[in-house]
Write a protein that binds this ligand. Structure first.
Ligand SMILES: Cc1ncc(COP(=O)(O)O)c(C=O)c1O
Length: 389
């Protein structure tokens, strides 16, 4: 049988056509589904037959979105949820119990840090942080009660890279779960399952939507683990709205095309900024000055859409830079068609102490650019004029 390419699967995978013969999948905006008869209802509730019962459990739009992401990630099964954070939380809470331990990279998204440090300890789930790039630290931190390795690669915002092959082997050696937040890379440029990840989470809010419209998330991976995740999600209720699932599913049709432009713009921007004498610390995984350039190239097919750099003069000049931008948006998101600038020290990571910020690579002058799809010359122009002013 012909094996379709991922780009094609993301376009042609679709919910079953209804009797109306629609070409584009409709939005199934319904809370529940009608049973044929009492016997069918009974069989659906006991899982003897597949089918939709209630949108908190499943819905054709959510199933279509899940099927596409599974095909793109090479995963067996998945569950769509209401946000990237509910994907992270559900993927942990569904599978771990009191007394279990997680080893996580120190440089995780701010809310993942709050889950690990403030929320999970309430239920007796502990963690140890390690430096993302230190294979030695990952291995050393494993305790007899460790049940999961949790990592985000490339990390936000420091763009450090975890060695996914090493972590996949380490997790299998210890019989524990490797859980990867793949939001920054997207399945178009990195498929953690191929390196041994058992679970992959996404904030679909970012590149999967790609136009800054809807909040959502997804967990995909090994079907036995997803069975437990589905049970947890069905009964605790972080379900994704079918409308948002429809938005994400339609956007997946253009994900690989958009990622090509996000990545080519980001590489061009990073290369141009590196030549700017007034800047230091330009960081991008596919620049050969990135300390883990070879590792990045061995597990990613492109460098992603995020570039970081340091504004000379620290915190105050970084804020002046943000205020001087004329086109690039100043907003708390990334992965949008429109370029976005963020000053992590005063916004996304302001809850961390200065020492904690520095430990995860956030200096006072660090700027994160989410490279959009605009013409590269306009992105470069805006950044250069803001730097001058
Ligand atoms: C790497 C990463 N994971 C998870 C999230 C959370 O996603 P959401 O805002 O959809 O809950 C974000 C949001 O910025 C993120 O950058």
């Amino acid at each position: 049988m012909h094996k379709f390419h991922p780009d094609t699967l993301a376009i042609r995978t679709q919910a079953e056509r209804s009797d109306n013969r629609e070409h584009s999948a409709p939005i199934y905006f319904t809370s529940s589904f009608v049973f044929d008869d009492a016997e069918q209802a009974r069989a659906l509730f006991t899982d003897e037959i597949p089918g939709n019962i209630y949108t908190r459990f499943s819905n054709p739009n959510n199933s279509e979105f899940v099927e596409k992401v599974c095909l793109l990630e090479g995963a067996e099964d998945g569950v769509a949820v209401a946000s990237g954070m509910s994907a992270v939380f559900t993927s942990i809470a569904a599978l771990l119990k009191s007394g279990d331990h997680i080893v996580a990279s120190r440089s995780v998204f701010g809310s993942s840090h709050q889950i690990l440090t403030m929320i999970l300890p309430k239920w007796g789930i502990t963690h140890t942080y390690v430096d993302i790039e230190s294979n030695e630290q990952w291995e050393k931190a494993i305790e007899p009660n460790t049940k999961m390795l949790f990592v985000e690669t490339p990390s936000n915002p420091s763009l450090d890279i975890a060695d996914l092959r090493f972590l996949g082997e380490l997790a299998n050696k210890h019989g524990i779960i490797l859980n990867v937040d793949n939001c920054f890379a997207t399945p178009c440029i990195q498929q953690p399952v191929a390196f041994g990840a058992h679970l992959v989470t996404h904030s679909a809010t970012k590149y999967m939507d790609g136009q800054g419209r809807a909040i959502g998330g997804i967990i995909v991976g090994n079907k036995e683990l997803i069975k437990d995740v589905r049970f947890f999600a069905r009964h605790t209720g972080p379900s994704l709205s079918p409308f948002n699932a429809w938005v994400f599913s339609k956007s997946l049709e253009t994900l690989s095309l958009r990622m090509e432009r996000h990545c080519s713009n980001a590489l061009a921007l990073a290369t141009r900024l590196q030549a700017n004498a007034g800047l230091s610390g330009v960081k991008y995984p596919f620049l050969n000055t990135h300390a883990q350039h070879e590792l990045a190239k061995s597990q990613m097919s492109a460098g992603g859409g995020i570039v970081t750099f340091e504004v000379n003069g620290g915190y105050d000049n970084a804020k002046k830079f943000i205020n001087s931008l004329q086109m690039i948006s100043h907003t708390a998101n990334l992965g949008d068609a429109r370029s976005i600038a963020t000053h992590p020290a005063s916004t996304t990571h302001s809850k961390l102490s200065s020492a904690e910020q520095l430990a995860v690579g956030i200096s006072p002058g660090l700027i994160r650019i989410s490279c959009g799809l605009e013409h590269i010359e306009d992105i470069v122009w805006d950044i250069e004029q803001a730097l001058k002013s």
